[in-house]
Design a protein around this ligand. Sequence first.
Ligand code: SF4
Length: 320
Amino acid sequence: MSLALSRVARKPVTLATPVMLMVEPTTACQLKCPHCPTGRGELTRPTGSLTLDKFKQMWDAIQPAPMLLQLWNQGEPLVNKATPEIIRHATSTGAKVVLSTNVELLAKGDLADRLVSSGLHELILSLDGATPESHAAYRVGGDFALVEQGIKRVVEAKKKLGARYPILTWQFLLFKHNLPEVSEAKRLAKEWGVTRILFKTAQLEAFEQSEGERWLPDDPALRRYDLVAGQWVLKRAPRPFCNRIFASAVVQWDGTVVPCCFDKDGEFVVGNLLEQPFEEVWRGEKFQAFRQRILTGTRPAMCANCTEGLSGMYSQPKLK
Ligand code: SF4
């Protein structure tokens, strides 16, 4: 409704509080994935982690509470030891919480039990291979045995606690090197007790011809980019509007708010929820100016790599 009115009025109208908030538990990660700004060492903002008290301060200031909390951004959320308690607090306010992880830390200690008992609704398992070799090819520094152990621990914890949730979603990014493992991944998903497996086209962070040729599948149907004059560009131009900035926002670990998750390094800061009241950020001058910019078609460069222009967050390709 806010977006529809804004398009008619040609200026931002924000009727409601955000339906969804993405919150970054930490920017730290134990892996070095080649197309992740954290793994590439490209983030210029400080590395750090959110505390439970600071999360409560920010979350409780939003009334009514968002319906959905996506608990990741840059970094591996489970590096932050407070993550299960952050989830517990958000679910106590009625929100659904979804967490995305590279899984390995779930093999350690009682983390799997703590995560399942936190009330988490969905756990996205970011795992792009069905063998140790292909796993380590992209998840550089990763250990496939730990991933397997981590998934099994969560499945066991669900059984032990009689928990229906979290839904376990295996998110498999399609690269050239892991395509031959699609069938094996489906088989492993069943064997391990994963709820579902989704195949997603991979996102690039570097767009030179050689990068895409190294990582992306040869079949154009299995990638979201086309090669144009030596650069990989999204197949479709982004839509001339953006739902996300009227329905959600991204909060970095230190309370900094940016419009969306494509602003990975905090280029378009619109406020800080640890230093300002929520209303002052959500309907403040900086956020409204950013929305106005998008409404009038003067988009920043980051929008050129955005899935708002595709059919959905999960671009489910048809596998032959
Ligand atoms: S990158 Fe641009 S189009 Fe995509 S969600 Fe962010 S502001 Fe919207």
